[in-house]
Each structure stands twice: as C-alpha cells, then as structure tokens.
Design a protein around this ligand. Structure first.
Ligand code: SF4
Ligand code: SF4
Ligand code: SF4
Ligand code: FES
Length: 357
C-alpha cells in the first residue's frame, strides 16, 4: 500500500507506522507488513475464529490480550506483537496443548510440516509442566484416503469449518464440550457413510498430523520430498497444484494459498487422482490398429493415420460428417488451435468439448 492511499487505516505496530486495509484484521495487517505472529487455528480460506489464542497481541486502550486474527484494525491503533508477557501467554497455550498430545513426531508423516512443532520450536517449549487426563481417541475409519488420529487433534476447528464454509458439506461438527471437544461425523460414522466428498480439504487445513492422507503414509519425510508446481489437468478450472514427489513418484498433492484461481483449494480429483501417472497400465505412446491388433506407433505415424482417416471421410461424405470433440484437460490455447483446425482445416463447425471429466 503506498503512502498516499486515502482510505488506508494508520496503525503503529511494534513502534513502526503501518498502513493497513480497512476492514481487515490485526493479523492481516501484520502479515501484509511482514511481521510474524504465530497462529494455529487461522487459515486465510476461513472466517476468523479465535480458538487457539496463540496470536494474542497487546493493543493500547484495549483490555486483556486480544487475538490478532479476530480483532479488526481501527485508525490510530497502537499494537505490540512481541514482548515477554505475550511470549509467556503463547508458551502456556503450547504447554497446555502438549499436555494432551500424542507426541508421535518420530513416525508422524506431518513432522517437518507441523504448525505445533513450529510454534513449540519458536517458543522453546520441549515439554509440558501440566499433568492430568489425556485423550485416547481411537482412529477408526474404514476409508481409502483419509486417516483420522484424534490423539493429535488440537481442537482448532479448522476441519469442521473448511468442510462447512468452503465445501458446503458439513461432514464434521464439533462434538462434546471443553476438554472432550473433538471434531467428528454424525454418530461417529465412517467418512464413507457421512457424505464425505473426499476432497481432502480438511486434511489440507489441519495444522497437525490429526488428519493425514492415508496413501502418503511412510512414503517419505517432508524434507526428502521434492515439489513441483503445475496446473491440474483434470478440468477446465485449471487449479494450481503442487505435487510432492520422491524418486520420480508422486506422493501427494497440495495447493498454494496465495495464488492460482483455487487459492489453496483442490477437489478430490486434483488432490487424490494422481495414481495414474505411475500406473503400469498408463498409455505412454500412441497405438495403431494393424491387422486388428493395437501396436505402439510414433506420434508422426499416429497423426498421419488420423489425417488420412479424416481426409477419407471428408472426400466421401463432406466435412459435416466430421465432429471434433476437444478436452477440458487441454489448455485454452490448445483448444483454440483445435477448433481452428476443425473449422478452417476440415471445414465444419461441428466442434465441442467435454466440460468436465
Ligand atoms: S474430505 Fe472434504 S467433504 Fe470430506 S470431510 Fe474433508 S472437507 Fe469435508
Ligand atoms: S482434526 Fe486437525 S483441523 Fe480438525 S480440529 Fe483437530 S487439529 Fe484442527
Ligand atoms: S479437477 Fe478439481 S482440482 Fe483439478 S482443476 Fe478441476 S476443480 Fe481444480
Ligand atoms: S490464530 Fe488467532 S486465535 Fe488461533
């Protein structure tokens, strides 16, 4: 935001004058200014919630320690994001979470990409001084894609909210209250029976290893994986997707929060439909039927055979005997070139595409 923006809100954060967009939260303003405030229950795809209290800050003139993620900016606010008191409050939050957490970092697939690990490290919390009852929530779900291990749940509500706010599915709700609160399906049904679409959005927002992708289990530590950003090839939405891979095999898919038309979201196909890439049945070369038998052919041979076939039909029956059907998997440019070929090359307007796969 530049100096002359007349509608900007003027703030002071940690002694620095900052301009912020009106209507945003203190957390938005801090992030836009590059000021780190730790969070656990926040996801920019979701409405502010204020569950974890990790993002507490001080605001001059306000009582207590408001949560940065739920406090709206106002002109003239003076905000402190870091001091000993705030650090102590945040440490207590983490200590309380660790007092009822299955510390499974040795074998948890989320290790290295876990927000709880990150804040514990940042605040120097290696153990909890609090003792008492611990949850033992069995992870029972017979479905092929999503693992639920509520011994690691921190009750941030992100899975409940993304399923309701973004997916419109409301498969989960927060069950019980206080210490016993957990996200669960109606009557603890399997996700298969609870109307789940298996988009994996809940897994994508879970800040810890309570929800994870079953197929990714033991396929590699986060730091061993390479990642490649590309465009999902399944439909015309063209979501930005990041594939994690190891030794040339895709192990999982995610999406960056800050770019692409999808801004972190993926559907079931984009998130889980990548098994075909390394499948032994996958076609990797064109096939031509010779003497009634399909045989591998080069692209030049295949294109020549298609051209000859089209030419024969046009000569015998006219161009309107041909229909061109393109694919939503192609790019706009590829589809443009295809319709041009059918219209200008073949001479018919019989051209369409499948909208979705
Ligand atoms: S996979 Fe999608 S539909 Fe199923 S519970 Fe998670 S967010 Fe909801
Ligand atoms: S399962 Fe994950 S996203 Fe859901 S409430 Fe627990 S920690 Fe949060
Ligand atoms: S298939 Fe799903 S993830 Fe892929 S582009 Fe379409 S909507 Fe996006
Ligand atoms: S991130 Fe603000 S209360 Fe959880």
């Amino acid at each position: 935001m530049n100096d002359t923006n007349p509608i900007a809100v003027q703030l002071t954060i940690d002694g620095e004058p900052i301009q912020a967009a009106p209507g945003g939260t203190v957390l938005d303003a801090c992030r836009a200014a590059g000021i780190h405030v730790p969070t656990l229950c926040h996801d920019p795809r979701l409405e502010p919630y204020g569950a974890c209290r990790l993002c507490v800050v001080e605001v001059e003139g306000m009582r207590g320690y408001p949560a940065a993620c739920t406090t709206r900016v106002a002109d003239g606010m003076v905000i402190t994001t870091e001091n000993e008191v705030l650090r102590g409050l945040r440490r207590t939050v983490v200590e309380l979470l660790l007092s009822d957490h299955k510390l499974d970092c040795l074998t948890c697939d989320n290790a290295g990409a876990c927000a709880l690990q990150d804040v514990a490290y940042e605040l120097g919390v290696s153990e909890s001084p609090f003792e008492g009852e611990r949850h033992r929530a069995a992870a029972l779900d017979e479905n092929p894609l999503i693992d639920r291990d509520y011994d690691k749940c921190i009750s941030c509500g992100r899975c409940v909210r993304i399923c309701e706010e973004v997916q419109g599915c409301s498969v989960y709700s927060s069950t019980f209250r206080g210490f016993d609160m957990l996200p669960d399906t109606p009557f603890s049904a399997s996700l298969l029976d609870a109307g789940c679409e298996f988009c994996g959005q809940c897994v994508s927002t879970c800040p810890v290893g309570a929800l994870s992708n079953r197929g990714q289990r033991f396929t590699g530590r986060v730091w061993e994986l390479q990642s490649t950003e590309t465009t999902c090839g399944y439909c015309g939405v063209g979501c930005t997707v990041t594939f994690a891979h190891k030794d040339g095999v895709i192990t999982g898919a995610s999406a960056p929060l800050d770019r692409g038309v999808n801004r972190g979201n993926l559907c079931a196909k984009g998130r889980y439909g990548h098994g075909f890439v390394a499948h032994p049945d996958r076609l990797t070369t064109p096939l031509l039927r010779r003497d009634g038998k399909l045989e591998p052919a080069s692209w030049d041979e295949a294109i020549a055979a298609v051209a000859e076939g089209i030419r024969g039909v046009v000569e015998e029956k006219g161009p309107d005997a041909i229909v061109g059907l393109a694919s939503a998997k192609c790019t706009n440019e590829e589809n443009y070139a295809f319709q041009k070929m059918i219209r200008a090359g073949v001479g018919t307007n019989n051209v369409d595409h499948c909208a979705r796969l």
